[in-house]
Design a protein around this ligand. Structure first.
Ligand SMILES: [Zn+2]
Length: 77
């Protein structure tokens, strides 16, 4: 049971690409790319996160959609 065998906590079907390390609601920690993107667009991005794929997928989403990326980049540093 690694990260790859579980599903997105929000939609229940997507493959999680990012984990919220300080979730507001502990039931929603793992997010697929689509749901994570929706959060960013909604203006409520995950602030403390860990990429699950060894690839900066969530970082790229922030790059594409979030004008506050500079503010959040310290989290990954
Ligand atoms: Zn999802």
């Amino acid at each position: 049971m690694g990260a790859h065998s579980r599903k997105c906590d929000w939609c229940g079907s997507g493959t999680p690409v990012v984990r919220d390390m300080e979730p507001v609601n502990p039931e929603f920690q793992f997010w697929c790319e689509d749901c994570a993107r929706a959060l960013i667009i909604k203006g409520d991005p995950i602030e403390t996160y860990r990429e699950l794929d060894g690839e900066p997928i969530y970082g790229r989403l922030l790059d594409e959609h979030c004008t506050l990326k500079r503010f959040y980049s310290f989290v990954t540093a």
